[in-house]
Design a protein around this ligand. Structure first.
Ligand SMILES: CC(C)(COP(=O)(O)OP(=O)(O)OC[C@H]1O[C@@H](n2cnc3c(N)ncnc32)[C@H](O)[C@@H]1OP(=O)(O)O)[C@@H](O)C(=O)NCCC(=O)NCCS
Length: 214
């Protein structure tokens, strides 16, 4: 179950980030990102956490640039397996039937801009010519993966992210998507809970350890 959801989320997430060079090796999805601080992402369920950790520790990338995301129902268990690595945070993999997400309009004076091409939707809310909130959704078959949902600090708690999520879901439904998937940061979690998204699993985020200074 986690295996299937993780794979489906990763496919959409990779499209949203334009990280399209990936392959599955020994139960671990290896996404070759190629950025200086993030050369690679290893994604796996807890069952394959040890393999993913070994891959990260034995690859040729600079310290701190190999990242892992491991799904689990028990964070302490995964933390023990990933022990030599640096634990960064725990996110939560969430899902929803897109048509069940409550719909919401952007409040005045914010203007909604939806830019949709097949498989990729970008939404912005603007005021005074500036972006106040934005988000992206990648559509992959029947799945739509939300990513980079953001509201600029002066515009928070006015319902903008809720309106962004609503516009993204509408556009994804128009493209034939049925199920929403996303990985929520601790900061984003209350937003998605307020929109009735359901938890699938925790996603422990780690990376190879940087050398200690001093
Ligand atoms: C998370 C974030 C996108 C929320 O944006 P926002 O425009 O302020 O959210 P909304 O005003 O639409 O909030 C909708 C609901 O979400 C919940 N919510 C949002 N922010 C919350 C917070 N800081 N604390 C508690 N609940 C919160 C509330 O239920 C809120 O409804 P209410 O204001 O009527 O109580 C914004 O704080 C942000 O950009 N954070 C940094 C980036 C980030 O973490 N993005 C999420 C990545 S997964």
């Amino acid at each position: 179950m986690d295996d299937d959801v993780l794979r489906r989320w990763q496919r959409g997430w990779s499209v949203a980030r334009q990280w399209t060079d990936y392959a599955e090796v020994d139960g671990v999805i290896v996404v070759r990102v190629g950025e200086p601080d993030r050369r690679v992402e290893y994604l796996a369920t807890e069952q394959h956490a040890t393999t993913a950790a070994q891959m990260a520790q034995s690859d040729a990338n600079p310290a701190g640039s190999s990242w892992l995301k491991i799904t689990t129902r028990s964070r302490p268990r995964v933390a023990a397996v990933l022990h030599p690595l640096e634990l960064i945070r725990t996110e939560r993999l969430l899902t929803i039937s897109l048509s069940d997400q409550p719909s919401s309009q952007a409040p005045a004076p914010y203007e909604l801009d939806v830019s949709a091409m097949p498989g990729l939707i970008d939404v912005e809310l603007r005021t005074d010519g500036k972006t106040a909130a934005s988000g992206r959704m990648a559509v992959f078959g029947a799945d739509a993966v939300a990513d980079v949902i953001y509201t600029a600090p002066p515009h928070r708690r006015r319902g903008l992210a809720r309106a962004v999520m609503s516009a993204l879901a509408d556009a994804a439904l128009d493209q034939g998507a049925i199920t929403g998937l996303l990985s929520a940061s601790p900061e984003g979690l209350p937003l998605y809970q307020s929109l009735d998204w359901s938890p699938v699993a925790d996603l422990v985020v780690a990376r190879t350890r940087l050398p200690s200074v001093g």
